[in-house]
Design a protein around this ligand. Structure first.
Ligand code: KG4
Length: 344
């Protein structure tokens, strides 16, 4: 099954061609410079950039896959969650192309893409996580989605049967990295810069609270860390490099502690055979290390996407998620708040 997948849920215009779970091409166009001066993504600028780039990105994805429209079996497109006006660009283009080339359409949940991104494999790779999907031993699994817009724990009995067992009540983990990084003058998106400078931090020089220790649920909260950061920054008017590093280190330590403490709650009393991780924040090596050692402590294998490019937004994961869905008629619309529990 060869699928051309489109994702315009946020600021990246992403198009990929997959043959089952093998990635034949994956192209991304991001115009970050347009958003930089605002310190975050401006929806109308993102939409303009999707509109300007989408045709070129689709052509390039086909060229890189060495395929023409004739060989494409289906078109998949992100239906949500995401920025409404941005989702609209991808959906309109997918419908237009489906009509023009008479291809079946599959709307996909962006978070299901992140969740299943570990299944995607590189072209010409002989064995990979792909075989796992046929291996019932990885189910039921616990998915950990850590992206710029979402942070949640998802219990999956099988593909398409999802229960959210914990989620952030306010900011996503990536958002906290971005907002605190911005306060520290680290640019946008700040996650990777914050991770890097945190390596120079002196443990114990600054402390952040660990959120929600009193609650017994697996829900999380990252906005208190933002408040703690602004308090600490206000107390250090001359923010030198060492102080920035100390704050970054302390924030990251608390955020990861919070995540793993809540992950304990998420697996408590649940039948789980594996942990599956997706989303931009898992590019972070400290987060990966913490999740790997969590898995080891609990005797659970932990599966990550094979490449960092599959962690942040991309369309290959949308193509892979589309494999387990049947095509629909083209009367579907965007769902900016589409949850995993609404996936059928
Ligand atoms: O998955 P993604 O593209 O976002 C959504 O789909 O919402 O991930 C982007 C997020 C940003 O918040 C970015 O700062 C964060 O992932 N991120 C990181 C790192 N690399 C990317 N956060 C922490 N450490 C990193 N190394």
């Amino acid at each position: 099954m060869i699928i051309l997948a489109i994702d315009t849920s946020f600021d990246d215009t992403a198009v990929a061609v997959v043959s089952d779970t093998t990635i034949l091409s994956s192209v991304l166009s991001t115009d970050l410079s347009a958003h930089l001066e605002y310190g975050g993504v401006v929806p109308r600028l993102a939409r303009a950039s999707h509109e300007a780039n989408i045709d070129g990105v689709i052509s390039l994805a086909l060229i890189r896959a060495h395929l023409t429209w004739k060989e494409i079996d289906r078109i998949a497109v992100t239906q949500g969650p995401g920025l409404s006006i941005c989702l609209g660009v991808g959906i309109a283009k997918a419908k237009e192309l489906a009509k023009k080339y008479t291809k079946p359409l599959i709307p996909v949940n962006h978070l299901e893409g992140h969740l299943l991104s570990f299944l995607a494999k590189r072209k010409q790779k002989i064995s990979s996580n792909n075989e796992l999907v046929h291996d019932e031993h990885i189910f039921p699994l616990l998915g950990i989605i850590l992206s710029g817009g979402n942070t949640q724990f998802v219990h999956a009995k099988k593909i398409g049967e999802y229960t959210i067992v914990g989620k952030t009540l306010d900011d996503a983990m990536g958002e906290a990295y971005d907002k605190i990084g911005r306060m520290l003058g680290l640019g946008y998106p700040a996650g990777p810069f914050l991770e890097k400078i945190a390596r120079e931090g002196i443990p114990g020089s600054v402390t952040f609270p660990v959120p929600m220790r009193q609650t017994h649920t697996a829900d999380m909260s990252f906005s208190g860390l933002k408040t703690a950061a602004s308090r600490i920054i206000a107390a250090h008017p001359d923010l030198d490099r060492q102080t920035i590093a100390n704050i970054a280190f302390a924030f990251q330590t608390s955020a990861i502690k919070h995540l793993t403490e809540k992950l304990e709650k998420a697996i408590e009393g649940r039948e789980i055979s594996a942990l599956v991780v997706g989303g931009g924040v898992i590019k972070n090596l400290e987060v990966r290390k913490a999740l790997r050692s969590f898995g080891k402590r609990h005797g659970l294998p932990v599966f990550f996407p094979y490449s960092p490019r599959l962690c942040t937004d991309n369309a290959a994961m949308i193509g892979v998620a589309a494999l387990s869905h049947t095509p629909t008629t083209d009367d579907f619309d965007r769902q900016p708040n589409f949850t995993l529990e609404q996936v059928s």
